[in-house]
Design a binder for this molecule. Structure first.
Ligand SMILES: Nc1ncnc2c1ncn2[C@@H]1O[C@H](COP(=O)(O)OP(=O)(O)O)[C@@H](O)[C@H]1O
Ligand SMILES: [Mg+2]
Length: 284
C-alpha cells in the first residue's frame, strides 16, 4: 500500500497505473526521451579487456581482470556480486569516474563511437553530465537544497535548460517519481526511499540515455526497494533508458532483463557476446 499524492491509500496495481500515466505524459513532454536505441546491431556500451589495479602501501591490488562486456540500448542489466567483488570499480570504469589501468570503454552517443578514457578529465566530466545519470546507495542529495533545487542543479550546471525550464522539468521529474508534493522540502524531511527517488529524478535531469546505479536499493527495506525497481523498469520500458545496476543481493538477479555475476574482479558470464545477442534478438 502507498499513500497517494492526495493522501489516500492506493494498492500496488493502482500505483502502477498511475506511474504509467505519469511516465507517458512525461515522455510526451520530453521528445528527447523517446529514442530509437532499442533496435540496434551495435552495442551502446562496450568494454574491451578492462583491467584495474589499485596501488596501495601494501602493494598492487588487481580489482578488475580483463573484463569484456557489451550492453545494448534498452537493457536493464544487473551485475551481481559479493562485497569486494569489483562492482563499484566496474561502474567507475564505465562512467569514467576513475581511470582504468588497461583496456578500453566505448560508448556510442549520438551515433558516434566514443572512447571514454581517451577524453581529458574535464571533457569526460562534461560528457558524463550529459550522457550518464549516476545513482548511489547513499543518495547523495545536497542537504541544504530543497528536493526541487537538488534536481535543478545538474541542469543549471550544464546550462542545458533555461532556468525557468529547468524548474518546470524538475517538477515534472518529481511528478514522475511521485514526490511533487514534497518539492520544497529539504532531504532530511523525507524517507530514505523517497530520497532515492529524488536521486533518480536528479540522475535523469539532463535526460541521459544511460543510468548507472551502485547498490541503489542497498539501504532500503524490501518494499521500498521494490518501488525503486518499478521506477527503473518503467524508465527502461517506457523511455528506452539503458540501466546498469550493481548489487550484492543475489535474490534480485531475476528482475533484470539480463544478469551477470562478478567475482574477484572477473565477470563469470557474459565474456562472450551470446547473452548480448540473445537480448537483442528478443527485443527485435
Ligand atoms: N581506491 C582503492 N584503493 C585500493 N583498493 C581499492 C580501492 N577501491 C576499491 N579497492 C578494492 O578493490 C576491491 C573491489 O572493490 P569495489 O569495486 O569497491 O567492490 P564492490 O563494489 O563489489 O564491493 C576491494 O577488494 C576493495 O578493497
Ligand atoms: Mg561497491
Amino acid at each position: 500500500m502507498w499513500v497517494g499524492v492526495d493522501g489516500h491509500l492506493e494498492d500496488d496495481r493502482q500505483l502502477v497505473k498511475r506511474m504509467s500515466f505519469v511516465m507517458r505524459r512525461f515522455a510526451l513532454n520530453c521528445p528527447m526521451a523517446v529514442k530509437s536505441s532499442i533496435i540496434m546491431t551495435t552495442p551502446l556500451i562496450e568494454l574491451n579487456n578492462v583491467s584495474k589495479t589499485y596501488s596501495t602501501a601494501a602493494g598492487d591490488f588487481v580489482a578488475l581482470k580483463n573484463v569484456n562486456l557489451k550492453v545494448g540500448g534498452g537493457e536493464f542489466l544487473g551485475i551481481v556480486g559479493k562485497s569486494g567483488a569489483g562492482k563499484s570499480t566496474l561502474l567507475n570504469m564505465i562512467n569514467g569516474v576513475d581511470e582504468l589501468t588497461s583496456g578500453e570503454v566505448f560508448v556510442y552517443t549520438d551515433g558516434k563511437k566514443l572512447s571514454v578514457h581517451d577524453m581529458g578529465e574535464d571533457a569526460r566530466a562534461l560528457w558524463r553530465g550529459q550522457n550518464m545519470g549516476v545513482v548511489y546507495q547513499s543518495f547523495q542529495l545536497l542537504p541544504m537544497l530543497t528536493l526541487l533545487e537538488n534536481i535543478m542543479l545538474p541542469m543549471d550546471l550544464s546550462n542545458n535548460f533555461h532556468p525557468r525550464k529547468s524548474r518546470d522539468r524538475a517538477l515534472e521529474l518529481l511528478q514522475l517519481v511521485e514526490l511533487e508534493e514534497h518539492a520544497y522540502k529539504l532531504p532530511a524531511f523525507i524517507s530514505g526511499g523517497q530520497q532515492q527517488r529524488v536521486a533518480i529524478a536528479r540522475a535523469l535531469a539532463n535526460d541521459p540515455q544511460i543510468l548507472v546505479a551502485d547498490e541503489p536499493t542497498g539501504s532500503l527495506d524490501s518494499l521500498t526497494a521494490d518501488h525503486i525497481f518499478e521506477v527503473f523498469e518503467r524508465l527502461v520500458n517506457d523511455q528506452d533508458k539503458t540501466i546498469i545496476m550493481v548489487t550484492h543481493d543475489m535474490g534480485l538477479a531475476s528482475r533484470f532483463s539480463r544478469s551477470l555475476t562478478i567475482a574477484d574482479g572477473e565477470l563469470l558470464d557474459g565474456q562472450d557476446d551470446s547473452n548480448f545477442d540473445k537480448t537483442i534478438a528478443r527485443r527485435r
